[in-house]
Design a protein around this ligand. Structure first.
Ligand SMILES: [Zn+2]
Length: 274
């Protein structure tokens, strides 16, 4: 699933291409991916609108359009948004094609079909509930170590599922949560409220470090993630625990284990994560 670094990479690759362009039309091949409004209204509203900006919040892409509208995109498991100057990656997984006034196209494709698009006036109550309830942005200046520690101390749940909870902290998924916990030397099953001051500090830094490294390496392409120009990322080559079950821990040499925690596979080193 595209996590914060992948969605941020898509934003950074698409923004310079799209800013200032106008939508001249849309073709919707799979109507169910349009969450709001009804597909025929979606087409009518977006046609003629210009893209002013492209922002990210958590794992959501937010296209700021003229007329006070926002196009919100969540890629979920396998979604992608790819810009092509001429012909595009037209496959059976392409569900929406946006036509732009410079002759280029923007393709929304999704193998698993869980990704969704919303086209709404700014401030509309019909947006995705997940976006309204998002927790703090981990790379934002306002997200301080003190705030993180305070939030952890009132939660008795295990740390791994808590890090995946988008209302607790925005943008982390399975890959970066596992990597951050390994780097901080904390077991994924450690109760959040009993982490020491020192452990909290290590985890806070580890979260920010792995996300920044992920962005620097243009995301992790373990399965099908590609950026806004159709290119794979590089961070999969640097992962220390994720997808490395049975291989040796780069810190201590012990075997990396995998266990289901809160219904998700967690990769960790039983020797150096306490
Ligand atoms: Zn280890």
């Amino acid at each position: 699933m595209p996590e914060l670094p992948e969605v941020e990479t898509i934003r950074r690759t698409l923004r310079p291409k799209l800013a200032g362009l106008k939508f001249t039309g849309v073709r919707i091949y799979l109507p169910k991916v349009i969450a709001a409004p009804a597909p025929e209204h979606f087409t009518a509203i977006i046609t003629g609108k210009k893209i002013i900006d492209l922002q990210r919040r958590g794992k959501y892409l937010l296209f700021g359009l003229t007329g006070g509208y926002t196009l919100i995109v969540h890629l979920r498991m396998t979604g992608s948004m790819v810009y092509r100057e001429k012909t595009g990656p037209s496959s059976k997984y392409t569900h929406v094609v946006f036509y732009l006034d410079n002759g280029s196209r923007l393709f929304f494709a999704d193998l698993r079909q869980f990704g969704r698009l919303w086209l709404l006036p700014v401030g509309s109550p019909d947006g995705p509930p997940g976006l309204k309830n998002l927790g703090p942005e981990p790379l934002d200046k306002s997200f301080t170590r003190e705030i993180f520690e305070k939030k952890l101390h009132c939660r008795r749940t295990r740390i791994k599922p808590l890090l995946l909870d988008q209302s607790f902290i925005a943008g982390l998924g399975n890959i970066y949560a596992d990597e951050a916990l390994h780097r901080a030397g904390i077991s994924p099953e450690h109760p959040a409220n009993t982490l020491t001051h020192r452990e909290t500090t290590r985890l806070y830094r580890a979260i920010r470090d792995v996300l920044q490294e992920g962005i620097k390496n243009r995301g992790t392409s373990v399965r099908d993630y590609i950026d806004g120009e159709g290119r794979a990322g590089r961070y999969q080559e640097m992962l220390r625990v994720y997808n490395r079950e049975g291989q040796s821990c780069l810190k201590c040499g012990n075997q990396i284990a995998r266990r289901k925690i809160g219904n998700r596979s967690s990769y960790y080193c039983p020797a150096c994560q306490k």
